[in-house]
Design a protein. Structure first.
Length: 176
């Protein structure tokens, strides 16, 4: 019963796709194909992310993370967060386990938000593609607008979220 309750969303989704397939076979098969593609993409992305997380957890001491991305890191924490997020590869869902490890190692909350924002917005491969497809002027303008925007949003969110909630997030990550 506990297993069914835990995976109820997944089971309901399978049931809905089954009903859709019975009503309209082509739409149902298309939904199954999209789900299969997404599953395959996740299966290819998640293992390397977790290997890198394990290495990060072992190789980077907590003191180093606190020094460069912790509460007293200042501008170097912001810059490092942007660089790490921009250099990342893979879809956005890969950023969250990395962010959790950063949190366990003592990274500042706003730096975590900046890292996630950079991962989602300023990836180097995307920047290079934009230069080739849309021109350097567009790509650089977008980057010049996005980076301050990410930093501003991170600091606004850090101020709007109560400290107790932030501490609770860190506690939950620590217990994972």
């Amino acid at each position: 019963m506990k297993l069914i309750k835990r995976y109820r969303f997944f089971l309901v989704t399978i049931g809905i796709i089954g009903i859709i397939t019975l009503i309209n076979r082509s739409i149902g098969l298309k939904a199954i194909g999209v789900a299969g593609y997404s599953f395959k993409e996740m299966a290819l992305v998640i293992p390397p992310v977790f290997i890198l997380l394990g290495l990060l957890d072992v190789w980077v001491p907590r003191e180093t993370m606190v020094k460069y991305m912790g509460e007293g890191s200042g501008i170097k924490g912001v810059i490092l967060s942007i660089i790490l997020g921009s250099a990342a590869a893979g879809p956005l869902y890969g950023a969250f386990p990395v962010a959790a490890v950063f949190m366990k190692k003592g990274a500042k909350f706003s730096n975590i938000l900046i890292f996630i924002g950079a991962w989602s917005t300023t990836k180097i491969p995307m920047f290079l593609f934009e230069i080739s497809a849309l021109g350097a002027r567009f790509a650089v303008t977008r980057l010049v607008v996005d980076i301050p925007g990410i930093i501003l949003i991170a600091y606004i969110l850090s101020q709007l979220i109560p400290n107790e909630e932030i501490r609770e997030i860190y506690r939950k990550v620590e217990n994972m």
